[in-house]
Design a protein around this ligand. Structure first.
Ligand SMILES: Cc1cc2nc3c(=O)[nH]c(=O)nc-3n(C[C@H](O)[C@H](O)[C@H](O)COP(=O)(O)OP(=O)(O)OC[C@H]3O[C@@H](n4cnc5c(N)ncnc54)[C@H](O)[C@@H]3O)c2cc1C
Length: 659
């Protein structure tokens, strides 16, 4: 049985904006309403600012609540500009809450100061659990603070942390009819941080220091920055009031109950724009939509957003890109915003932030920004799409196939690329094995680790010297397992399927280039691969990939198939660098939680040692054979066999932890 028409879980900004509009539209008469919030909402806790056209409904409707308006702006400390017909509006949270207190008295609503435990629905309709009791209503408006899910691939969760001082100055504030928007003339402290100034009179202003970033700004840092900024800009001052806050800037999912009769609102309904933290205007317009639907007796849960609904379209893509930059390259924030504010007309910027611009305008804005950081971030992002790398490898394979009639150019470019790959990820992905167990260099265990590593590598070297056939069999066996392990984990194959895949790839690459393979094997120890591999051998794997609906897997099978028509070493090099080493690199980097550059630096000691060992190998073996290209490669593969033996064992830690 319904006890209430509406229950409001949370009576903050979004709930207040909705109640106000329901009242203005005369939709609250004779309704039994329950308001629940742990906070009495008896004091100012937030300053809500938003820009809007003077004639826009939000400006007209909220007119009595707007305590100050600015139609001029100073951008990043430069000259004053008009933003008319837009205005920047200020609403104090307490004025909004007071309106709701008056409505509560007027309609005689029930109000409970408490936390709602749960919001649910069953066949009788929506209900809440409050202090162990079940309370039912026709509609439950849920604006409790959102609980964000852990960020997944291509999702970013950072913070907009800020501290604001309401100050009174001794001297008059210059340009007190203009607000300052994102003034970057403060120390950046390796972050993206800036100041807003909202002058309320010639001697009072709200000065707010804000940081966009993964780390929240500490109160001490904020106070130091504010003191410095205020003294420099306004001289002597006294603090009247303090506002401290933090807004999530996030494109991750929110844990929500999407059930009939439950209407999610505010931050919980993805109303905060990820790249700016502004939400007030969005919440106002969501409230308008709800009111219109109620007037027309239409369902209102349709305005509930899911993550995919909230974060789609090109503006979400721009937001995501900026969040990535702010999180991973925080020092780039200042040059980006300064270029934006300096080169782009302010009204255009505000329309862009309101997501009202067309693609051509967006492009004209991006043209004014430092493009390198966006391109590099876009590139990094693209790599997080699992199909992106195999697609690039497909293009590279086709490119080298086109060059087949120009073998000198083909070799020059392909070996150049493989060499770059070996130096950047090929050897380094195995040169951080010493960090895999403990995550850092440990002087106590290091000597034993190095001794074991050298022993296993020397054992393989010795085996090649005295029993090359056995060495080859062992090398092929652990390489199949190792290649399959990295790919199989990514594509969710079983252990046996993974090893079978690894063996298929090896046999395919070697067996489709039988004469080249056998030339090298002959030098490696009078060995031969007895049977050629037909090109169709990979086709069953294409069926498996399609069955798993795995585009990355299917594309990999496709380009590997094409690579049979390239020389052996190019085909193997593309797989070893482009597929195996890059996958291994990503897995190890995630395991160690290091950035690319830090991991490469960590790999340097063993990486450099590996090249020295390779040189020694080449010198040692060259005395045994007259040296020419095939023999160089034979020596190279023996070297790879030696150093990969201990690596294959060490890297198990990474894949065991993924199980
Ligand atoms: C300090 C600050 C300043 C901001 N300034 C701006 C701005 O200038 N412009 C702008 O566009 N956006 C601004 N925002 C962002 C956004 O507009 C606000 O966060 C806004 O308050 C979000 O509204 P809401 O209704 O989702 O949440 P809130 O207003 O936070 O309301 C949620 C309510 O739920 C209550 N609650 C918590 N737990 C429970 C529970 N278990 N059961 C019942 N109730 C519960 C809380 O007490 C709170 O009253 C600001 C945010 C902050 C934090």
């Amino acid at each position: 049985m319904q006890q209430y028409d509406y229950i409001f879980c949370g009576t903050g900004a979004s709930a207040s904006l909705l109640l106000l509009q329901l009242h203005q539209n005369n939709l609250l008469q004779d309704l039994n309403i329950l308001l629940i919030d742990p906070d009495k909402k008896g004091k100012k806790d937030k300053t809500f600012c938003f820009w809007a056209d003077v004639e826009e409904p939000i400006s007209l409707d909220l007119n009595p609540l707007i305590s100050h308006r600015w139609d001029k702006v100073v951008l990043s400390g430069d000259k004053t500009q008009s933003i008319l017909p837009l205005q920047y509006n200020h609403v104090s949270s307490i004025d909004l809450y007071n309106q709701i207190h008056q409505l509560t008295l007027h309609y005689n609503w029930q109000k409970i100061i408490s936390y709602v435990d749960e919001v649910k629905a069953d066949k009788e309709g929506p209900f809440i659990i409050l202090n162990g009791s079940v309370l039912r209503a026709k509609y439950i408006f849920d604006s409790r603070p959102p609980v964000y899910k852990t960020a997944q691939v291509r999702e970013t969760h950072i913070f907009q942390s800020f501290v604001g001082w309401m100050i009174e100055t001794e001297n008059e504030i210059k340009d007190s009819n203009a607000f300052r928007f994102m003034d970057f003339h403060i120390e950046q402290q390796d972050s993206t941080q800036f100041v807003y100034v909202l002058p309320f009179s010639t001697k009072t202003a709200l000065v707010e220091v804000t940081r966009f970033g993964a780390e929240k700004m500490s109160l001490t840092d904020a106070e130091e920055l504010l003191d410095h900024y205020v003294k420099n800009n306004f001289g002597k001052y006294s603090i009247q009031d303090i506002e401290i806050g933090c807004i999530p800037m996030s494109n991750t999912g929110i844990n929500n109950t999407q059930l009939p009769g439950i209407v999610t609102m505010g931050a919980r309904n993805y109303q905060i724009k990820p790249s700016t933290g502004y939400a007030f205007k969005n919440m106002y317009y969501q409230a308008r939509l709800i009111v219109e639907a109620i007037k027309q007796n239409q369902p209102i849960e349709v305005f509930n957003k899911s993550k995919s609904k909230a974060h789609k379209g090109r503006f979400s893509f721009y937001d995501g890109l900026l969040l990535d930059i702010l999180k991973d390259k925080p020092k780039e924030g200042k040059p980006i915003f300064e270029a934006l504010l300096k080169n782009v007309e302010v009204k255009k910027i505000l329309n862009f932030l309101d997501e009202k611009t067309d693609v051509a305008t967006d492009l004209s804005i991006f043209y004014q920004l430092p493009w390198k950081v966006f391109v590099s971030t876009l590139f990094e992002r693209s790599f997080s799409f699992t199909w992106f790398r195999p697609l690039i490898l497909t293009f590279i394979t086709i490119f080298f196939l086109i060059l087949s009639n120009h073998s000198a150019l083909q070799n020059y470019l392909a070996y150049g690329l493989i060499m770059i790959g070996l130096v950047t990820v090929g050897i380094p992905h195995g040169a951080v094995d010493h960090l895999l167990e403990t995550g850092k260099w440990n002087m106590k265990v290091a000597p034993l680790f190095i001794a074991k590593y050298l022993f296993l590598a020397s054992f393989m070297g010795l085996l090649w010297y005295i029993l090359p056939f056995l060495a080859l069999v062992i090398f092929l066996a652990y390489s199949s397992w190792h290649f399959g392990q990295a790919d199989g984990k990514k594509w969710l194959l079983s252990k046996w399927s993974s090893t079978f895949w690894g063996a298929s790839v090896l046999f395919y690459i070697l067996g489709t280039h039988l004469s080249e393979t056998n030339k090298i094997l002959a030098v490696m120890g009078n060995l031969t691969l007895p049977i050629a591999c037909p090109a169709w051998l990979l086709l069953p794997w294409l069926v498996v990939a399609i069955f798993h609906k795995n585009a990355s897997f299917a594309l990999t099978v496709f380009w590997l198939f094409l690579s049979a028509y390239l020389p052996l070493l190019i085909s193997f090099g593309l797989y070893f660098i482009g597929q195996h080493s890059l996958t291994g690199w990503q897995d190890v980097r995630n395991h160690l939680k290091l950035s690319n550059s830090r991991m490469w630096i960590h790999s340097l000691p063993f990486h450099a040692t590996a090249w020295i060992f390779l040189l020694c190998f080449l010198v040692f073996w060259s005395s045994a054979y007259p040296f020419e290209e095939t023999k160089r490669w034979a020596v190279f593969f023996i070297f790879i066999a030696c150093i990969s033996f201990p690596h294959v064992i060490s890297i198990n830690v990474v894949y065991r932890s993924k199980e």
